[in-house]
Design a protein around this ligand. Structure first.
Ligand code: 1GP
Length: 227
């Protein structure tokens, strides 16, 4: 029903942080292609349900990026399951996913699920530290992109710079490796110009933190969908 491959811009909302009801309304009506609910720390089922019930008032697709088994709930349009490709601990590549499927496999509608190969490229990011990542160099990243496209045939490769603006040249090089795998870029986008720069190479850009730091400027980034 949803073609995530056509999404150019999405907002990611952290259930552990707060926005006003009016701000949530503005996000849903901004013209963004989808709203993702996801975060790293202190994610509770109640906070996820609060956000979902608000976003659900609008037609914008609503995605849960699953980060903890405790906050999985029905009601989202799609479920994105991260696997952290540059983690040094296989827990974040297959073990927690295995545990989730063992527990919930019978209830899952697999057509609503997409696996994201995550490359976490900002050592300061909480997710980088939590998942015990190793920092890949540019050649490593290209090899991961080839694995995502040709070996694992992942639906999504997510270049995650959460909290800092990444290297557009690297995003461009990665895009050249991908045909079937959707390239998602997230990290440090605070202005429409930055959104445009990354959207030139990534299929989909994600704007998160800046909603909590400079809301009005962050909302402007959704205008990239009109380009
Ligand atoms: C976070 O990739 C997203 O998971 C967006 O990054 O929060 O830095 O915008 P920012």
């Amino acid at each position: 029903m949803y073609n995530r491959k056509t999404w150019k811009h999405v907002f990611k909302l952290d259930p552990a942080k707060s926005l006003t009801d009016q701000q949530l309304d503005q996000i849903c009506q901004s013209g963004t292609d989808a709203v993702i609910v996801g975060g790293t720390d202190n994610i509770t089922l109640d906070s996820v349900l609060d956000l979902m019930s608000h976003i659900r008032r609008y037609t914008v697709p609503c995605v849960l990026e699953v980060s903890t088994l405790d906050a999985i709930t029905p009601g989202f349009d799609l479920y994105h399951i991260p696997i952290v490709l540059n983690s040094q601990d296989k827990k974040w590549m297959i073990d927690i996913q295995h545990q989730a499927v063992k527990e919930y496999g019978q209830m899952i509608d697999w057509s609503d699920v997409a696996t994201e190969g995550y490359l976490i490229l900002n050592p300061e990011a909480k997710a980088y530290q939590l998942t015990d990542c190793r920092l890949p160099d540019a050649d490593d990243v290209i090899a991961y992109a080839q694995i995502a496209e040709h070996m694992l045939r992942l639906p999504i490769l997510y270049l995650e710079y959460s909290g800092t603006y990444g290297d557009p040249n690297l995003v461009k090089s990665v895009k050249q490796e991908l045909k079937e795998t959707q390239l998602v870029y997230g990290g440090g986008i605070t202005t429409l110009d930055q959104a445009r720069e990354m959207a030139e190479f990534a299929d989909t850009i994600v704007v998160g933190n800046s909603l909590y730091d400079n809301f009005d400027q962050a909302i402007e980034t959704a205008k990239v969908t009109k380009d």
